[in-house]
Design a protein around this ligand. Structure first.
Ligand code: SAM
Length: 286
């Protein structure tokens, strides 16, 4: 059965009386090249976690590698479909759960033991940022995460040029090496979504890219700077961090930046420097 064929998708939908739910981001991939590139980019060594199998098109391609595949799906109407489409494999397990409510660390331990795995997903757009943030924060035993996301989100995460960078870019760059594997036009899905997509790989680093005194503070500083994009860094930071503007301005200057610098022009290394200076001041104030 060719799950990338629109005819097959329509046939399955009609046989199971399946109506696509927009709210769950149910746009199914119909492009073989993208499937191959996704599987290759995942560099699966021991096993793979998939989020949102849908009718199982990516699950099928992952299962063909012979590695163990665990696929978490929230929509119970898909279970009988997946039973049919993946019936030839005994290395696939479908778990009926909302990934946003899943104890992912526990799930990986239970299904893969201490093995380092890959994660692959054609993500529903509505969970992209929360799920990527969460997967990174959990420090899972993972080598590669490969996600199909909205093209603009992939470009932002992989951005090197400062004006395109956002908090999510620096967050990802702290934990991983982001890379766009390929772009995918809206017409490569059924039903087609409104926007184009891209396959993004996050190759996990062994150690975070920069070393800081207080990781939570670094993330707070990044969030505060980008939350107030049009303001100067000093104005952006003086609100959320419990320090007055004069102290923040002195810290910014001490780190070698102009007092009117904007957060969006700084690199992760620059933010690490500022965060460590704030840390010192905060410790002194206690
Ligand atoms: N993997 C399939 C493909 O590539 O064609 C389907 C991808 S479709 C964009 C997203 C899938 O994620 C759907 O099957 C949807 O039901 C599922 N999904 C949506 N929200 C979810 C959640 N919170 N937890 C787990 N799966 C979810």
């Amino acid at each position: 059965m060719d799950l990338t064929s629109v005819k097959t998708i329509k046939d399955i939908s009609s046989r199971y009386g399946f109506v696509f739910k927009k709210g769950l981001g149910q746009n199914f991939l119909t492009d073989n090249r993208v499937l191959e590139e996704t599987v290759d980019a995942a560099e699966i060594e021991n096993g793979v976690l998939e989020i949102g199998p849908g009718f199982g098109v990516l699950t099928y391609a992952l299962a063909k590698t012979g590695k163990k595949v665990v696929a978490v799906e929230v929509d119970d109407r898909l279970l009988p479909v997946l039973e049919e489409t993946l019936s030839e494999f005994d290395n696939v397990e479908v778990v009926l759960q909302d990934i946003l409510k899943t104890d992912i660390k526990e799930l990986l331990k239970d299904k893969f033991g201490d093995n380092k795995i890959s994660i692959a997903a054609n993500l529903p757009y509505y969970i992209t940022t929360p799920i990527i943030t969460r997967l990174l924060e959990l420090r899972l035993p993972v080598n590669n995460m490969v996600f199909m996301v909205q093209k603009e989100v992939a470009e932002r995460i992989a951005a090197k040029k400062s004006r395109d960078v956002g908090a999510i870019s620096l967050y990802c760059q702290y934990f991983a090496e982001p890379e766009i594997i390929c772009t995918v036009p809206a017409g490569s899905f059924y039903p087609p979504p409104k926007v184009d997509s891209a396959v993004l790989r996050l190759k996990m680093l062994d150690e975070p890219r920069v070393k800081v005194e207080d990781e939570e503070l670094l993330f707070k500083v990044i969030r505060a700077s980008f939350g107030q994009r049009r303001k100067t860094l000093a104005n952006g930071l003086s609100g959320g961090l419990g320090l007055d503007k004069q102290t923040i301005t002195e810290i910014i200057k001490k780190c070698g930046f102009s007092e009117t610098v904007r957060g969006e022009t700084l690199s992760l290394e620059d933010f690490a420097k500022i965060s460590d200076e704030i840390s010192i001041v905060k410790r002194g104030a206690k």
